[in-house]
Design a protein around this ligand. Structure first.
Ligand code: DC
Length: 246
């Protein structure tokens, strides 16, 4: 049986990872996994439990018992927390901030990284996040580090917020993105970092389709997909037997 193909897409908030990863997965017939959603679900549990996201011990204890699942077959994918569909709650600003905090904790990361590894099955997965190419799947045969200028990232995130019915100002969005960049880049465990073997793509002046085209081109060059690109090559260069966390 062939190994699942893993395409890792990492980068800062607002660089276009979700749009690109989703379109790429659909084009290649792979599952799409938003690893950030698992940190957001963990953060939601912390908020709903009434404990402070800054109370590391209480957060670790609480989340040790959390049941977080992704239904990747659903379109769009659904996130289940302790059996409850919480997808619609995960993008609230307080969840965003708490997710940046709980994702700093080693115990939380170890649990969620294990879970994320378990999601590479079938033909394979396009997984987006911050540490997919460095920690979750260090052997992934194709790693992309997607970047864009901070102003452009703020503008895109602002448009996304608006389309989802929230109306922050552009300044507020830019401030929050800057704050998250800082939290993500400065945390001790798995900070946001390009893997040495990642291909950097700056999406500032590219459409999502153009970025997807480039990644499909790279996958083809590496023999990961066949010419018709409807699927993988038979031996696919797939990667990443799950490794133990830690
Ligand atoms: O991608 P996102 O905005 O939904 O991520 C939510 C938070 O989770 C963000 O602060 C970064 C963190 N995260 C992480 O630490 N590692 C990942 N692989 C994905 C997200």
């Amino acid at each position: 049986m062939k190994k699942p193909l893993v395409i890792a897409i990492d980068g800062p908030a607002g660089a276009g990872k979700s749009t690109v990863a989703r379109a790429l997965a659909s084009r290649l017939g792979l599952d799409y996994v938003d690893s950030g959603a698992t940190y957001r679900a963990a953060a939601l549990k912390v908020i709903e439990s009434g404990i402070s996201p800054d109370d590391e011990e209480a957060v670790s204890r609480l989340l040790a018992g959390a049941d977080i699942q992704l239904d990747t077959a659903a379109v769009p994918p659904r996130v289940l927390l302790d059996g409850r569909d919480v997808t619609e709650k995960l993008r609230a600003p307080e969840v965003t901030l708490a997710a940046a905090k709980v994702s700093r904790l080693a115990s939380v990361r170890a649990k969620l990284v294990d879970f994320q590894r378990s999601l590479a099955s079938g033909d394979g997965v396009v997984m987006e996040g911050r540490d997919i190419g460095t920690v979750v799947f260090p052997d992934a045969p194709l790693k992309i580090f997607l970047e864009a200028d901070p102003e452009e990232r703020a503008r895109r995130r602002w448009k996304q917020e608006e389309s989802e019915g929230r109306n922050p100002s552009l300044e507020q969005t830019a401030y929050e993105i800057g704050r998250r960049d800082q939290l993500d880049a400065e945390r001790k465990i798995s900070p946001l970092l390009a893997a040495p073997d990642a291909r950097r793509i700056d999406s500032t002046h590219l459409t999502a389709e153009e970025v997807v085209e480039r990644i499909v081109g790279l996958a083809r060059e590496r023999g990961l997909i066949d010419g018709s690109e409807a699927g993988r090559t038979p031996d696919g260069g797939g990667s990443s037997s799950p490794r133990p966390a830690g």
